[in-house]
Design a protein around this ligand. Structure first.
Ligand code: TPP
Length: 739
């Protein structure tokens, strides 16, 4: 999939670079140069430009053959193959928006109003005919690209658009006079930037197509054409739109033919002004104007509804109003500072409805459920579980506050009670119940067929898990200490993480690997029992690394990892901070601040910890301390010390170390503009390197500092504290950062 997207993009830029022109003018020369650069940068580092990296795994759907003819969703008229083509157009349109800003930043592009968030209009182009005249909204990049591809021979629509952005004289419709979507061969009639001013003409054209046919006068369009006219939601209030909609309805009411498909691309905003909820529906509620609506993030729905609406207009020669719910991504235009009038949560909510991701989800096979839905379904069946057989008369939710170790133990037991195929195995996990008691009682409850001591060989433990996952079981192996994972890590790197990738998702080996690790065991055990190196895990593509700090998070994170394994075949490493296993207190001895109650099944869905969501403590406005694992408790204690100095901190527990919780991280950093990362892993190759890089890449301009453990193995005895991050390191660094 990604390859295909990249190919589309490269094709697009190479073709644009080769746009012919008898005497290339300066703009064209600049364009060619700009595009060559763009092509080079995107080819070299697609992720860095943000142009081609959709974060999608290869789905295997790029195959040709019968699979492409199947509906992309049962009951939809959109085939997989067509959907892939439209997805290419959607991506190319998004790239064009990015290219517009890129060109602008170099002073060689002159227009940055984009189509981002509106790419669902690709399906509208697919649902009507090439020969249906179209008068388009200025966010119709994807529509235009689909149309261009429909021409014989296909046109390179991306090149047309790029030339328009650069005001090049070779631009095919306006000759560089303005950036418009238009081309006679594509039957796209160009529009000016005066919003809604094209609606009266569209109405007039629909009327005239029918009238010309009646009069026996030839037009450039077949007699059964329909007119497609798209516009924004704020634009419907303009008197030109109101007049045209009224005239269309009025004509139809009188029984006159009016083959007009009005398409309102509703993103809820007109620059900064919100369209009241329900307003568009009232505008469209006109006599003889048939109303249709679709979710613009759902390409199959847009296609099906647009096809139905187009057929309705074509067959009856009567107007229809297609209301498509879009989002606007990246502001109104390149110059627009959206944060001045929209809250971060509103902006973030729109990104959740990104149509590109919507199409990607459509194309990714075997996505029957989300982890949240999986949890909700399990909660519904909770009454039927043999929970009392496992827990006796006292269910874990009635036990009172639990430690991290107890919480993990109860979560494992609950998960096993509900999943007959779940296995727990590793060194000493069965009879002994684990070195730290984490698997205590499981053998008794579930028997030796499901809970067993393995051979003393980490490679075999992981091999067993790989085979179990392949066979349809849900393996939850344990590697006794993080340091001992390394002698077998290729089973994770070279086998577990790659099977799905190299088999194009035809095979998978779901697994949740529990690994007690990290340091702070008061000098006991030295490096091999205090390993704080995670780089080897964080570097494995697709591997999920979860690290709970608190008992309640441990339960939520573990359930999410199990759910992801079941649903997606994910491989997760569940890294348990040994030093926090039996910790009870946060600030003072006996305060019980590090204990938490166990959630009953009915609350699992509400207490769900989605992959990629961090946890925030406090609302201080002076500084954000970002941490994980043992660092969370130290940071909370440091925050209390700093509060006594009058410094307000908030603490962010990353919880997920791979992939990092990108958006929560940025939000927490932006909330104070001052970030301290408290990282118990090593300064080199540790987690804080990635956190800093993430912030820098995202354009965070506030102050940043980090404290981490030394680049050292961890010695025995008191010497351990000389290399490990300490609470006082955090307090000192915070004070320095405030200077
Ligand atoms: C007649 C007219 N008045 C003002 C403008 C300035 N303007 C450009 S876009 C826009 C908002 C249009 O919003 P909407 O119709 O919802 O489309 P969207 O940009 O949200 O897709 C305005 C006010 C214009 N182009 N034309």
């Amino acid at each position: 999939m990604r390859k295909r997207a990249l190919a589309t993009y490269r094709q697009m830029v190479t073709a644009a670079a080769a746009v012919p022109g008898p005497t290339p003018d300066l703009a064209e020369q600049r364009l060619a140069r700009a595009i060559r650069e763009l092509a080079r940068s995107s080819a070299a580092e697609p992720g860095r430009t943000g142009l081609a990296d959709t974060g999608l795994a290869d789905t295997g759907l790029a195959d040709t053959g019968p699979a492409e003819a199947r509906p992309v969703r049962p009951g939809s008229g959109l085939s997989v193959g067509r959907c892939l083509d439209l997805f290419g157009a959607q991506l190319a349109s998004r790239h064009l928006d990015l290219a517009a800003r890129w060109l602008r930043s170099r002073g060689i592009g002159y227009y940055t109003i984009g189509s981002s968030g509106h790419e669902g209009n690709a399906a509208i182009a697919a649902a009507v005919r090439l020969t249906d005249p179209a008068l388009l909204h200025y966010r119709s990049g994807a529509f235009y690209l689909v149309r261009a591809a429909q021409a014989t021979p296909p046109r390179d629509g991306a090149a047309d658009v790029l030339l328009g952005l650069m005001a090049a004289s070779a631009e095919p419709i306006a000759g560089g006079r303005h950036k418009v979507f238009g081309h006679p061969e594509l039957h796209v009639i160009p529009q000016t930037s005066t919003i809604a001013s094209h609606l009266p003409r569209a109405m007039g054209l629909a009327f005239s197509l029918a009238r010309a046919a009646k009069l026996g006068v030839e037009t450039p369009w077949p007699h059964d054409s329909i007119v497609v006219c798209s516009f924004g939601d704020a634009s419907v209030n303009h008197s030109t739109a109101a007049g045209a909609i009224n005239a269309a309805s009025y004509s139809a009411y009188q029984g006159l033919p009016m083959p007009l498909l009005l398409v309102c691309e509703d993103n809820g905003l007109g620059i900064s002004v919100r369209t009241p909820a329900g307003w568009i529906e009232t505008v469209a509620a006109r006599p003889r104007l048939k109303y249709f609506s679709a979710d613009g993030a759902d390409l199959a729905a847009v296609y099906d509804v647009a096809a139905e609406a187009a057929n309705w207009v074509r067959d009856r020669r009567s107007p229809a109003f297609l209301h498509v719910h879009m989002v606007r991504l990246g502001g109104h235009a390149g110059t627009d500072v959206e944060s001045a009038y929209r809250s971060p949560s509103q902006i973030a909510a729109d990104t959740e409805r990104d149509p590109i991701l919507g199409t990607a989800r459509l194309l990714v096979p075997r996505r029957p459920a989300t982890v949240a839905a999986n949890l909700a379904a399990r909660a519904r069946h909770a009454d039927n579980w043999p929970r009392h057989k496992v827990f006796g008369t006292q269910l874990p939710e009635d036990e009172g506050p639990l430690t991290l170790a107890q919480s993990i133990n109860r979560t494992l037991a609950d998960a096993m009670a509900d999943r007959p195929g779940m296995l727990v195995f590793g060194e000493d996990v069965a009879r002994k119940g684990g070195v730290y008691g984490l698997t205590k009682g499981l053998l008794k409850s579930f028997g030796s067929g499901r809970v067993f001591d393995s051979v003393l060989d980490e490679q075999s433990i992981l091999g067993l898990a790989l085979g179990a996952g392949l066979a349809g079981l849900l393996p939850v192996p344990e590697i006794q200490y993080l340091a001992y994972l390394h002698n077998a890590i290729d089973q994770i790197r070279g086998e577990a993480a790659t099977l799905s990738f190299f088999s194009r998702t035809q095979y998978r080996n779901p697994m949740v690997l529990r690994v007690p690790g990290l340091a702070y065991q008061q000098g006991f055990g030295g490096h091999f029992h205090n390993d704080n190196g995670l780089a080897a895990l964080r570097d494995i593509p697709g591997l999920i690394v979860a690290c709970p700090a608190r008992p309640d998070d441990a339960a939520g994170l573990l359930r999410s990892c199990l759910g992801a394994a079941e649903i997606d075949g994910s491989v997760s490493v569940f890294l348990e901070p040994i030093a926090l296993y039996h910790e009870r207190d946060l600030y003072e001895p006996g305060d019980g601040g590090w204990l938490a109650r166990y959630e009953p099944p009915a609350r699992w869905s509400a207490a769900h910890v989605p992959l990629g969501r961090a946890r925030s403590y406090g609302r201080g406005r002076d500084m954000t301390i970002i941490s994980f694992g043992n660092g969370v408790r130290m940071s909370l204690r440091a925050a209390r010390t700093l509060a006594a100095d009058g410094v307000g901190c908030r603490v962010l527990d990353l919880r997920w170390l791979a992939p990092l919780p990108f958006e929560d991280l940025l939000r927490a950093a932006a909330a104070t503009g001052r970030v301290l990362i408290a990282d118990e892993t090593r300064r080199t190759g540790g987690v804080s390197e990635s956190v800093i890089t993430t912030l820098v890449d995202a354009g965070f301009t506030g102050r940043m500092a980090r404290v981490a453990s030394e680049d050292s193995f961890i010695p025995l005895g008191d010497a351990a504290s000389t290399v490990l991050l300490s609470e006082s390191d955090i307090v000192d660094a915070a004070r320095d950062l405030l200077q």
